[in-house]
Design a protein around this ligand. Structure first.
Ligand SMILES: [Zn+2]
Length: 379
């Protein structure tokens, strides 16, 4: 199995590199991946693999075995990042390697199909939109793209400072992040008669003091900080009745994030109440933290060792970044997940418009992902 996957991926080397170059040439913003999804669907159709749309651009492709068995998925993101040129015009670049992820997931499925390695159960490739906008996975989940899967694997190429080409980890531990907007409402009054009003700025000040005084376990990684504040009007002699501010929250785990959110809410409500104002806390967006499973990590680890040798498998990585991959797990706690952190020598770093990586990683990643699924669908 290992030998035939490696041999077949190598036999398709030039086509795999071409797929990557083609996708790299059509970078598109999240939810607008029209050319990208059309290109990938065409390759799947040509191989006789049916696709199913779940959002305007997001879709899945499935190869089904002849007997019942495990239902295993691979997830790829398809979107690029926006940048501004000197003239102030927006242009898009695949600066986070999502073109590489789509290439590897597509080819892993093509190779499994070609070799007839989906003997039982099924292999599903999920091509999701808008990872960078952190809404794509959620929309795919809500539309049912992850339904009935037993296992799901994600993949991301890593910066050279973190993982070298020829190495990979089977878990990339992302933290949770949440953005909330708080509105403090008081009562407007003349500046000379403050006792007749309620100054929303006073309420906001006390709420922020409360946020900056909150604590969670210092042994864990977490933070809550106010990143924007708007209050008052043109006239300086009016007691303002409205202040809004934004809070960026981070936490190592999902329960810890829940604790931080509850404490922030209490600080806002209590701070505002101290001056007779009210606070409304609205969550603008959130991404859950990683929750992986030992069985899926072990399977992916074996696939990494089979392709890169035992020295190629490195310890799980803790990342300060986020990925909306974890929405699939949040929607179905029985789903077992792991995440391939793939060494690709990305330089100078992800999200840099000049980002480059070693294309050899495309071949390595395709082999590992195909093998991880083949191990499940043949034994
Ligand atoms: Zn990315």
């Amino acid at each position: 199995m290992r030998e035939e996957i490696i041999r077949t991926v190598e036999a398709h080397r030039e086509e795999i590199l071409r797929t990557y170059r083609d996708l790299h040439a059509i970078p598109e913003w999240g939810l607008e991946e029209f050319k990208t999804s059309a290109y990938i669907k065409e390759r799947l159709n040509a191989a006789g693999i049916p696709v199913r749309a779940f959002t305007e651009t997001g879709f899945t492709a499935e190869v089904v075995g002849n007997e019942p068995g495990p239902r295993v998925g691979l997830r790829a993101d398809m979107d690029a990042l926006p940048f501004k040129n000197e003239a102030g015009e927006t242009y898009y670049v695949h600066a986070c390697g999502h073109d590489a992820h789509s290439t590897m997931v597509l080819w892993a499925l093509l190779v499994l199909k070609e070799l007839g390695l989906v003997k039982k159960g099924l292999a599903r490739a999920i091509f999701q939109p808008a990872e960078e906008r952190l809404v794509g996975a959620k929309r795919m989940v809500e539309a049912g793209a992850g339904k009935d899967l037993d296992e799901l694997y994600g993949v991301h190429i890593r910066p050279v400072q973190e993982v070298k080409l020829g190495q990979a980890a089977a878990a990339l531990w992302h933290g949770a992040s949440t953005v909330a907007e708080v509105t403090i409402t008081g009562k407007a009054a003349h500046g000379a008669r403050p006792h007749l009003g309620i100054n929303a700025i006073d309420g906001a000040a006390l709420a922020i003091l409360g946020i900056n005084s909150l604590w969670a376990n210092p042994a864990a990684q977490w933070s809550a900080k106010v990143t924007k504040i708007v209050g008052g009007g043109v006239a300086s002699n009016i007691i303002p009745d409205k202040v809004t501010f934004t809070i960026d929250m981070r936490a190592e785990t999902n329960p810890l994030m829940e604790e931080i959110i509850n404490k922030v809410k209490a600080a806002c409500t209590g701070g505002a109440a101290a001056v007779g104002a009210t606070a409304e806390v609205r969550i603008l967006g959130s991404v859950p933290a990683a929750e992986y499973d030992a069985e899926a990590i072990a399977n992916l680890s074996e696939a990494i060792k089979d392709v890169l040798g035992p020295e190629g498998l490195i310890e799980p990585i803790h990342s300060p970044g986020s990925d909306d991959f974890h929405e699939f797990k949040m929607a179905d706690r029985t789903l077992k997940t792991a995440f391939l952190a793939l060494g690709a020598d990305c330089k100078p770093g992800l999200h840099d418009p000049q980002m480059t990586f070693d294309p050899e990683a495309l071949l390595i990643g395709t082999k590992i992902l195909a093998l991880a699924l083949a191990r499940r669908l043949n034994s």
